[in-house]
Design a binder for this molecule. Structure first.
Ligand code: NAI
Ligand code: MG
Length: 363
């Protein structure tokens, strides 16, 4: 099977973080015969500077032809004045839309070496490994009507509409159940069926999908507000959480902060499997942005980007052993005491971006 990767480093610290992944790819090709074929493209402000668009048609075509896209980060003050349609974020939104990436995977993993510096008690986060599966293309962010109406009496009305159809809930819960089978075999579905019709349908469809195809997986339902509370109280009760676009946005940010710095957090966005080949379109990116405040200084934490590549190995290429090995290497580097500034704590050694990347490659 082909292993075509499109690298879109983007702006700010994006290229610095991506360079560390490129080292890994080179070593995997040379020493392990991994056979990755890489192409590069421009996205965000750097694409705007080159051709006035947040991503060119040629690079979109490369993204559609690739087996997976690795994305750095986009944006920065330099491009604040550019027109809305070609702002850096438009490149990412276009990729998500045209690749039809409906499932956003956000793991919250607590590396043992960082448990002590979490904002929560070490025993609450130590060994934490949960995965939030957020529906990314439906729900209240896209439902119609979506508008502000002038009521004429000095009042206005802002309207957003939460809409979910059966097929959308089926496919996102299918992703969650399949991922659970490769983990601890436990899915918790979160909605608010007590106050929302879309929540009632969500609960029904998840339950039916489970019964029809995934009865071997343990399924729980939880109201999303209670879920937020439980995430902070005792997150280790969860394995895979599946939820809608809005709740997923909030709950994944909450879960992220259980584990420390933005510089540590990877993500994946997956499309539907191809009817013929079974392969999915996918984009892997760190959760953080372009960090203009530290760009160009060589101090950015590349772990979020490297861990995103580990997700790519796992989910796009079925290279489970290699993904495990890479994650173990990250953990080992942290155990050695190496830290970029964002995760530095007493008694640890501050190093730069490339030193972390080199140490991971070495491991
Ligand atoms: P940010 O994530 O870029 O930075 C927030 C803070 O975290 C900064 O202090 C930064 O130095 C630090 N930080 C982030 N990643 C880090 C890393 N890998 N290592 C060490 N420290 C790190 O978010 P911010 O400042 O709100 O946005 C900056 C720019 O990035 C804006 O133009 C924004 O629109 C864009 N952005 C892009 C995203 C994307 O490409 N997916 C996501 C979020 C923001
Ligand atoms: Mg968010």
């Amino acid at each position: 099977a082909s292993k075509k990767l499109l690298l879109l480093p983007g702006d700010g610290i994006g290229p610095e973080a991506m360079a560390e992944v490129e080292k890994l790819i080179a070593v995997m090709n040379a020493d392990l015969g991994a056979g990755f074929e890489t192409e590069r493209g421009l996205v965000g402000g750097s694409a705007y500077d080159a051709h006035g668009q947040a991503i060119s048609e040629a690079d979109m075509a490369k993204a559609l032809a690739a087996d997976a896209v690795l994305f750095g980060a986009v944006g920065g003050p330099k491009w604040d004045p550019v027109p809305y349609e070609v702002r850096p974020e438009a490149g990412l939104l276009r990729l998500r839309k045209d690749l039809a990436l409906f499932a956003n995977l956000r793991p919250a993993i607590c590396y043992p070496a960082l448990a002590a510096s979490s904002s929560l008690k070490p025993e609450v986060v130590e060994g934490l490994d949960i995965l939030i599966v957020r529906e990314l293309t439906g729900g209240v962010y896209f439902g119609e009507p979506k508008e502000i109406i002038d009521l004429g009496n000095g009042q206005k009305r802002g309207i957003d509409t939460q809409v979910y159809d059966t097929f959308e809930i089926e496919r996102i819960s299918g992703v969650a159940f399949e991922l659970a089978r490769t983990r601890k075999n436990h899915v918790t579905s979160m909605e608010k069926r007590n106050v929302m019709k879309s929540g009632v349908l969500w609960n029904e469809v998840v339950t039916q999908t489970h019964k029809a195809k995934y009865a071997d997986v343990k399924l729980d339902h939880m109201l999303a507000d209670a879920g937020g509370m439980q995430l902070v109280r005792w997150p280790k009760q969860f394995d895979v959480i599946v939820t809608d676009n809005l709740f997923g946005d909030m709950l994944s940010d909450v879960a992220a902060m259980l584990t420390g710095s933005l510089g540590m957090l990877p993500s994946a966005s997956l499309g539907a499997p191809d009817a013929k080949t079974g392969s999915r379109k996918a984009l892997y990116e760190p959760v953080h942005g372009s960090a203009p405040d530290i760009a160009g200084k060589g101090i950015a934490n590349p772990i979020a980007m490297i861990a995103s590549f580990a997700m790519c190995l796992r989910y796009s290429f079925g290279m489970v052993a290699e993904a495990d090995r890479l994650e173990t290497a990250i953990s080992a580097v942290l155990d050695e005491g190496l830290r970029t500034r964002d995760i530095l704590s007493e008694g640890k050694t501050e190093v730069g971006t490339t030193a972390i990347g080199d140490a991971v490659v070495e491991r």
